[in-house]
Design a protein. Structure first.
Length: 140
């Protein structure tokens, strides 16, 4: 069960908006074009997003534990994000399929503190963001 942000607290961003949708009703002999298949995918994707967003809410579903690096010599430079799943406030799935090593110096605010320490305690918050990315190119 996801915990965290209730859908009504989402910032009302364009990313979260779901346009009114209609289910494709296919008949024998009907000519289908790429737009029809895209509409069908959008229909199912938007239905699932609404379900996740309004019925379950946003947050970590399972996993996604943040931990120290296994190698003690690397613990001051790297964190490890374990695999897991979350749902963002727009209802998108966020899936981490394998351990992800986070190099702290690659985060601009931490790099600035490394370059110019201020001798104060700081709290690090790690946030995940949905990003859809292709898996392979298909020749036409």
């Amino acid at each position: 069960m996801a915990h965290g942000i209730h859908p009504s607290t989402c910032g009302g961003c364009a990313e979260c908006e779901v346009e009114p949708y209609q289910r494709l009703n296919v008949t024998n002999g009907q000519l289908l074009v790429a737009a029809d298949f895209l509409d069908e995918q959008r229909y199912h994707r938007d239905k699932m997003r609404l379900h996740l967003r309004y019925l379950h809410g946003a947050g970590v579903v399972c996993g996604l534990h943040l931990r120290q690096h296994d190698n003690p010599a690397c613990r001051d430079r790297f964190l490890v994000l374990d695999p897991g799943m979350a749902v963002d406030c727009c209802g998108h799935d966020i899936l981490v399929t394998g351990p992800d090593v986070i190099e702290l110096a690659m985060i601009p605010s931490i790099k600035a503190l490394i370059d110019k320490p201020d001798n104060q305690d700081h709290r690090l918050r790690v946030c995940l963001r949905h990003r859809e990315c292709g898996t392979r190119d298909i020749p036409l």
